[in-house]
Design a protein around this ligand. Structure first.
Ligand SMILES: CC(C)(COP(=O)(O)OP(=O)(O)OC[C@H]1O[C@@H](n2cnc3c(N)ncnc32)[C@H](O)[C@@H]1OP(=O)(O)O)[C@@H](O)C(=O)NCCC(=O)NCCS
Length: 179
């Protein structure tokens, strides 16, 4: 499984990707809006091994030096006959602000629509995560809803859920090929 863009190679994870994964998943700011806490070396080794067996995670690497700079998540939703996939992304801050996430997500979306028979792609994020919804809008996805506190990822010190709002975005196959 290999995809190419102007500046990137997008491939399946390999076990020995764990160091690059650790480089960004170990940062508080990177996982702030994710449903997990920072990774240490041991959990990064386990995560790279898990992702190497998963169809849902793509490693995004720079063509110029093969450096793994982030990942795109692309997971089919249930029921499968609705042909809907969710897209997600986490990148290394050293590589923000250069359009790499946009370039990688566009390519994975094209793969979905052209190769997997995807009908609809959704993306969700916390409204406070401006970088995330700006990316969804650069991908020509449309904001369909602002849900009030439907979810929590983390708990406060007394064990209470920290509920947060969620934006939901989508794009349909017929829109992707006309934008
Ligand atoms: C979400 C995330 C991937 C966005 O990263 P990003 O660097 O803003 O996105 P891109 O790589 O697409 O870069 C876009 C930026 O590069 C600029 N840019 C430069 N060259 C560009 C190019 N060739 N093409 C597109 N944009 C380009 C854009 O103008 C934009 O900058 P701006 O936000 O100041 O307008 C990143 O913030 C992240 O990993 N966050 C932590 C994890 C996370 O929260 N994930 C989402 C959970 S819902």
């Amino acid at each position: 499984m290999l995809m190419e863009t102007e500046r990137l190679i997008i491939r399946r994870f390999e076990k020995n990707d764990w160091k690059d994964l650790f480089e960004y998943l170990s940062q508080e700011a990177v996982v702030k809006y994710e449903p997990y806490d920072v990774y240490d070396e041991k959990s990064s080794i386990e995560e790279a091994a898990y992702r190497s067996q998963s169809d849902s995670f793509f490693a995004v690497c720079l063509k110029e030096n093969n450096k793994l700079i982030g990942n795109v998540y692309f997971q089919q939703q249930e029921p499968k006959e609705f042909l809907t996939w969710e897209i997600g992304y986490v990148f290394n801050p050293d590589y923000y602000g250069q359009g790499y996430a946009t370039e990688a997500c566009k390519r994975v979306m094209k793969y979905g629509f052209e190769e997997l028979g995807t009908h609809r792609i959704i993306g969700q994020c916390n409204p406070e995560n401006t970088a995330s919804w700006r990316l969804l809008e650069r991908l020509s996805m449309r904001r369909e809803g602002h849900f009030r506190k439907p979810v929590f990822f983390k708990k406060d010190n007394s064990g209470k859920p920290i509920w947060h709002d969620s934006y939901e975005y989508s794009i349909l196959e017929e829109e992707f090929f006309t934008v």
